[in-house]
Design a protein around this ligand. Structure first.
Ligand SMILES: Cc1cc2nc3c(=O)[nH]c(=O)nc-3n(C[C@H](O)[C@H](O)[C@H](O)COP(=O)(O)OP(=O)(O)OC[C@H]3O[C@@H](n4cnc5c(N)ncnc54)[C@H](O)[C@@H]3O)c2cc1C
Length: 296
């Protein structure tokens, strides 16, 4: 398994459950990956094609819902929230993946309506550590290794190297979409909020709140910008006035692995699974199921 982000670790855990031997190798360990920066609200954002993404999203929704009730240490919570809209739209293409999507007219000024629904919120630092423990508990290994190409010598190599597939798989269609977030103290917020314009999102976790964001195509820098952070906070405050005065705890930048479509296919002894854009968490368990069937 190449990669220890959410995609690689989920696939590793899934393959181990099927009885395979799995060695994960990665340049960055779980808490150093793009995945650790994710907000990470279940939402199929910037990932195509719609039909496969819908299936993967639905499977992951169910897997996270089961973790939220059955594995309290995993850092997954089912939270109700609102996606606000400036004008009324038809139901979203992913509506059938969530059980309780409904219109709401209780929205901040400037918006026409919102979609309210329950979604998994995944506290990534907690969840990635939990997933890594699951991999080890099931007999897998995780080793830091900076590869210059996909390894040979394994029965099957699973490539979950995210943005690095541009080099490791010579795939120039993979490119970064930079995202910046601000972490603030928890001020008692229970619901998440999302405005696709911006994008602007406010995602409460147990001890802090992730506020985003940005969406800069082709930008490779991982340095947070103070000006961008101020603009993010201004937008978020308009959406959720309760954030006024919340202490800023930190800033993070990650590079979403964007691709015209997610690549999930087997080519001889390599299964490629990368290019999840802004939805790597949202698609993770569904993709892992498909990787498992391709490996077997
Ligand atoms: C600001 C922000 C907010 C986001 N919010 C959400 C959200 O709310 N919901 C959601 O579903 N998604 C969200 N995402 C998207 C999500 O983070 C990504 O889709 C996901 O992290 C991709 O996971 P991955 O495992 O493919 O890649 P990564 O997490 O990047 O992991 C790639 C792995 O490959 C390894 N690797 C790379 N090169 C090499 C090499 N040469 N040798 C060995 N190993 C290598 C890396 O070290 C790493 O371990 C967000 C992203 C950002 C930036």
């Amino acid at each position: 398994m190449v990669g220890a982000g959410v995609v690689g670790l989920t696939c590793a855990a899934r393959l181990l459950a099927d009885g395979h031997r799995v060695d994960v190798v990665a340049r960055d360990l779980p808490l150093e990956t793009t995945s650790s920066v994710a907000a990470a609200l279940w939402y199929p954002y910037r990932a195509l094609p719609y039909d496969r993404v819908l299936g993967w999203s639905r499977a992951s929704y169910d897997a996270f819902a089961a973790l939220a009730t059955g594995s309290p240490d995993a850092g997954v919570t089912m939270r109700s929230g609102v996606e606000v809209l400036r004008e009324a739209l038809e139901r979203p293409w992913w509506a059938e993946a969530v059980p309780d999507l409904a219109d709401t007219f209780v929205v901040p000024d400037g918006y026409e309506l919102g979609w309210t629904f329950t979604a998994p919120v995944v506290e990534m630092p907690v969840y990635l550590a939990w997933l890594a423990s699951l991999v080890l508990e099931r007999g897998g290994t995780i080793t830091r290794l900076n590869l210059s190409g996909l390894p040979s010598g394994a029965d099957v190599v699973v490539n979950c190297s995210g943005i690095a597939s541009r080099f490791l798989a010579s795939d120039e269609t993979v490119s970064p979409v930079q995202g910046q977030v601000v972490l603030v103290e928890q001020v008692g917020l229970e619901r998440w909020w999302l405005d696709a314009d911006g994008p602007t999102y406010v995602v409460p976790r147990s001890h802090d709140i992730v506020i985003g964001g940005t969406d800069v195509e082709g930008e490779w820098s991982r340095s947070p910008s103070p000006e961008v952070a101020s603009a993010i906070l201004r937008r978020a405050l308009r959406l959720v006035p309760e954030l006024a005065g919340a202490e800023v705890l930190g800033h993070r930048v990650g590079l979403r692995p964007a691709r015209p479509t997610v690549r999930l296919e087997r080519v001889e002894d390599v299964v490629h699974c990368y290019g999840h854009g802004g939805a790597g968490v949202t698609l993770s368990w569904g993709c892992a199921d498909e990787v498992a069937s391709l490996v077997s």
